[in-house]
Design a protein around this ligand. Structure first.
Ligand code: F6P
Length: 521
């Protein structure tokens, strides 16, 4: 595999010229007027997801240049390296194989993978663990004595299972309540503990490393509470989801479901970390979630670049970030069950591609991950959409809408869909008003993702789509999207500050930290 960083390709300069000549003045309204087929040209069907990209600041010339850019960076061989199980996480010397977690078991000779021994062996382990975990999930679903499931984990060990469990609440079993405790702030654990009983609670300690301070502190406090409340059977009431089974055993947990170092935390909802989701929607539902993601994997792996939705989205991300110099993207899911989807995408994109050096450690001369933020619609409309329509910065918006609702309140759904369509329309069309205050410039870009229904299958596909689009932009930027060294410094400093908070010693601290620390004692 040879990767060439985007700015070192011959086509990079041509893209800059394209931007300087026509790109920066591109007008969506003119483009639609000139090309009645623009919607068809810039929409893309992918498994379980339809995408309208036509309201983006892009024309066919730019798109073709971006596709050439992808080719010149070696995107296709980089993608193949991931699917071959090569150690593309080079700073940690690890393969990147979250996609394998949703791959069906190998039939004698797998027809799609370049099945190296490593991949084949890993897939066997994946399915052995998946079968065991789903059998456990079914046993717990049937166990009416357990009414509350408390997932203790943070980052990828929280956001994925929480986002998906909320999103698929319509498919969840009755009689079980799911709680997610992530924060070191004791208020979060305390507020859950006061609503549960030890004999009817199952704690899932979710941590890839089983060393994360927030998770371990919450886990020890939960165990202490459990014992103080008269709980005795830790083996029945605690299970661990981790790559570090030995540490879970040392904690006193005997029920463990493992995964592997080739699964990044933010890519781990498909592994044992997905156990809360499997308990909520059942083994069959969880398998459908995996199958939807696998369909998207196959689309990403095999579709020509020009009809490959993760590729097209990732290229737009590069176009906006590096040529339009836009620094953020707003995520607007028009489905209240997707309320943690923006937070989930924040970790996925910003922890993966929030890098200032390339995979070789060289400082990048261009921007990488945008800031992602958002709330479900229509709530956002009554809060920050003012800025999206009339603010000084252009922020591409990524809508998600779902055609068929699960409720029986049709008038609500018609209003919801009318609103999401109208917002995308208003951003693009704008409105002239000589007075100024009521003037909307329009020409504000948006992407529109449409699902027929929000099901385990379509959610799986949507999340896999986002994972691969992050791969694409990260690949072009030349970064390692699979490490996260940026979270380490704060962790180290917190240990020092903890000691100082106890002792009051501010020697050698900067003035602000010293002043605040003193006031906090
Ligand atoms: O601190 C960042 C991070 O390492 C994330 O990448 C990860 O998802 C999270 O912490 C939790 O880590 P773990 O699952 O090992 O507890």
């Amino acid at each position: 595999m040879t990767r060439t960083r985007c700015d070192r390709t011959p086509i990079w300069a041509a893209l800059q010229t394209q931007f300087d000549t026509t790109g920066h003045t591109f007008d969506l309204r003119t483009a639609f007027a000139a090309n009645p087929k623009r919607f068809d040209t810039f929409s893309q069907s992918a498994p379980h997801v339809f995408a309208d990209l036509s309201k983006n600041l892009i024309d066919e010339t730019t798109q073709n240049l971006l596709l050439d850019l992808a080719r010149q960076t070696g995107l296709e061989s980089h993608r193949q390296a991931m699917f071959n199980g090569e150690a593309i996480n080079n700073t940690e010397q690890r393969a990147v194989m979250h996609w394998l977690l949703r791959n069906p078991p190998l039939t004698p000779v797998h027809h799609t993978l370049v099945a190296t021994d490593f991949v084949v062996k890993s897939l066997d382990q994946v399915h052995a663990t998946l079968d065991a975990m789903l059998a456990y999930a079914e046993r717990m679903r049937a166990d009416t004595a357990i009414t509350d499931i408390v997932n203790i984990g943070i980052g990828g060990s929280d956001l994925g299972p929480q986002m998906a469990t909320l999103a698929l609440d319509d498919y969840a079993t009755q009689g079980k309540r799911f709680h997610f405790v992530s924060n070191i702030d004791g208020h979060e654990l305390a507020s859950v503990l006061k609503r549960i009983q030890p004999e009817s609670t199952l704690f899932l300690i979710a941590s890839k490393t089983f060393t994360t301070i927030e998770t371990m502190t919450n886990a020890y406090s939960a165990k202490a509470w459990f014992k103080a409340q008269g709980g005795v059977d830790v083996a029945r009431h605690f299970a661990a989801l981790t790559t570090n089974v030995a540490a879970a055993n040392a904690f006193g947990i005997s029920t463990t479901f493992g995964f592997w170092d080739w699964v990044g935390g933010r890519y781990s909802v498909w592994s044992a970390i997905g156990l809360p989701l499997a308990m909520a929607i059942g083994a069959q539902g969880f398998r459908e979630f995996l199958a939807g993601a696998h369909d998207m994997d196959e689309h990403f792996r095999t579709a020509p670049l020009a009809q490959n939705l993760p590729v097209r989205l990732g290229l737009l991300d590069v176009w906006y970030r590096n040529f339009h110099k836009l620094t953020s993207r707003s995520i607007a899911p028009y489905h209240s069950a997707l309320r943690r989807y923006p937070a989930y995408l924040q970790q996925l994109e910003m922890e993966s591609n929030g890098k200032r050096v390339d995979a070789s450690g060289d400082t990048l001369p261009f921007g990488t991950s945008p800031t992602l933020w958002g709330e479900p619609g229509t709530n956002g409309q009554h809060a920050y959409f003012q800025m999206l329509h009339q603010g000084t910065d252009v922020v591409p918006v990524e809508f998600v809408a779902v055609k068929k609702p699960k409720h029986h309140l049709p008038s609500h759904h018609t209003l919801l869909l009318s609103n999401v369509l109208a917002q995308a329309q208003a951003l693009m069309q704008g409105k002239s008003d000589a007075g100024g205050h009521k003037h909307f410039t329009g020409n504000r870009p948006s992407t529109f993702l449409l699902l027929d229904e929000l099901t385990p299958t379509s959610l799986g596909a949507l999340i896999a789509l986002q994972e691969h689009r992050v791969f694409v932009s990260g690949s072009l930027w030349g970064v390692n999207s699979y490490d996260q060294w940026g979270v380490e410094l704060g962790k180290v400093l917190a240990r020092d500050v903890e000691v100082r908070l106890k002792s009051g010693d501010v020697t050698g601290l900067d003035g602000s930290t010293a002043g605040l620390l003193t006031r906090m004692r």
